[in-house]
Design a protein around this ligand. Structure first.
Ligand SMILES: [Fe+2]
Length: 493
């Protein structure tokens, strides 16, 4: 393999670390590489054309008291394909928090399961406050750049798609909201718009916005909720966005004392706001069965009905009984089998204001992707991750056929963990599953990582190509696929 070590970032993590989300498949990297990955099985499809990007929580300092994997610094893994060739880079996202902690040689802000008062700094980012904007949750490609983001709101970091360099933060001509932006913005491939939401402890608590392909914020409106909420994702159709108010939020009585303890209020319904994408038309709220949803797959309009698929948690608050400590208790909420996440469909009737809903599967899956060209239209296939029991690790994937209910499942193999797996459609095709599934694996048996490519029409036939990366990468979080068009003129090849 042609690989070049570009840089090594100083880590202060202990060499004898035992933290379950900083060791094994979650062992963070300190090295940044440029590589032409070696093909170790099959061949790179000549009609795979674009870039797979995956964000990673990759910490370089011990937490002040308790580390949670959502706190880790962002590392972006990028692999580009074209003309049967591939190029790979991994880079830290140079956030302001990463720079300040590098200078201090230690963690300065309080993480997800730490009390804000433990932070060494009084400033910070996110809806909670005194927290680092690690930018390690999500990544999208918009206007020829990658944008990384953080789940409790923060800046959007702009990444050069040719070099992996951090270019600074996106401001949208100075119009980015003061609360920042949540992870899980949506880029509509049909219009080039970026749709986003943002939330805060300040009224009105929730806002929706849209940015054109020209980078101009043309819509920003309040979508008030009864108090501070913790939305994680949104969905969109041709004419609407769907925001949410789930009954899992910081306990209001403790919030006044500065304690941010999420509690599931099982006696409250879930609420969904259907908001016109443009203009100031009426926001309509729909009630549904109580749950919490981390991720939606797609939404579309069917006459006067808005249809939305996502992952319903049957158990949004796993029992912490018997947990040895705070971390073990908190980490139960990372496991798909504990949360009991199932693919689910909501139908919102705009004439009657009623919701109907049903499970589409009995299998615990999450992190669902689909052919991105089908966004806002009825989809048939969802490619979703399965979880290692009790852990935040993906041990395989399932191709759900939501029309027939058929499921095609594959496992990566014992000790092998995958990523949020994208579906990359073949250029010029019309069949929804005519394309490739692309993922990164962390293989503990071979102490290596690979980029693995499957035929989306027949994933259980096995990989069509495996490429070796220069180093074993940590397990990570969200990913995206950028087509050649979306890359604009950027290339690593
Ligand atoms: Fe997410």
């Amino acid at each position: 393999m042609d690989a070049r070590l570009v840089n090594t970032v100083v880590s202060t993590l202990p060499s004898d670390d035992t933290h379950p989300y900083r060791t094994g498949p979650w062992h963070p990297q300190t090295e940044e590489w440029d590589a032409t990955p070696r093909v170790v099985a099959g061949a790179i499809p000549s009609d795979l054309d674009g870039m797979y990007l995956r964000n990673t929580e990759n910490p370089v300092h011990p937490a002040i008291t308790n580390y949670h994997p959502f706190d880790g610094d962002a590392m972006l893994h990028m692999i580009e394909f074209g003309d049967g060739r591939a190029a790979y880079k991994n880079r830290f996202v140079r956030t302001a928090g990463l720079a300040a902690e590098a200078e201090a040689g230690m963690a300065l802000w309080a993480g997800f399961i730490e009390l804000p008062d433990t932070a060494h700094r009084t400033d910070g980012w996110t809806a909670r406050g005194r927290m680092k904007d690690a930018s390690s949750t999500d990544v999208v490609v918009h206007r020829g750049e990658a944008l990384t983001s953080f789940y409790w709101c923060g800046d959007l970091y702009r990444i050069d798609l040719s070099t992996g360099a951090t270019l600074g933060t996106e401001t949208w001509h100075g119009a980015i909201p003061p609360w920042g932006v949540s992870a899980h913005q949506k880029v509509d491939p049909a219009t080039g718009e970026l749709l986003f939401f943002t939330f805060s402890k300040e009224a009105p608590y929730l806002r929706y916005g849209a940015v054109g392909a020209d980078g101009v914020v043309h819509t920003l409106r309040d979508v008030p909720t009864p108090g501070p909420r913790l939305p994680h994702d949104m969905a969109f159709t041709e004419h609407y966005v769907i925001l949410n108010d789930f009954p899992l939020f910081w306990r209001p009585d403790l919030l006044e004392a500065g304690i941010h303890l999420p509690k599931y209020q099982r006696d409250l319904p879930s609420r969904f706001a259907i908001v016109p994408r443009h203009g100031d038309g009426e926001v309509r709220w729909f009630e549904a069965d109580p749950t919490y949803v981390l991720h939606f797959v797609n939404a579309f309009e069917d006459g006067d009905t808005v249809v939305m698929d996502g992952f319903f948690q049957r158990n949004p608050a796993p029992s912490t009984r018997g947990a040895a400590d705070l971390e073990e208790a908190a980490f139960r909420s990372l496991a798909l089998d504990q949360l009991e996440t199932v693919l689910h469909r909501w139908r919102f009737d705009l004439r009657t204001g009623t919701t109907t809903e049903e499970d589409l599967s009995e299998r615990y899956t999450e992190f669902g992707m689909m052919n991105p060209t089908v966004a806002t239209r009825p989809h048939r296939y969802v490619y979703a991750a399965t979880g290692e029991p009790g852990r935040f690790l993906f041990d395989g994937l399932v191709k759900h056929d939501v029309v027939t209910g058929a499921e095609e499942a594959i496992r990566f193999g014992d000790g092998v963990f995958g990523s949020e797996t994208v579906m990359a459609p073949r250029a010029g095709t019309t069949a929804e599953d005519d394309g490739y599934l692309v993922t990164f694996t962390t293989d503990m048996n071979r102490d290596r990582s690979y980029c693995v490519i499957y035929d989306a029409a027949a994933p259980s036939a096995g990989p069509v190509c495996e490429l070796e990366l220069p180093a074993r990468i940590s397990s990570g979080t969200h990913s995206t696929w950028a087509t050649r068009t979306e890359l604009a003129n950027a290339t690593m090849l």
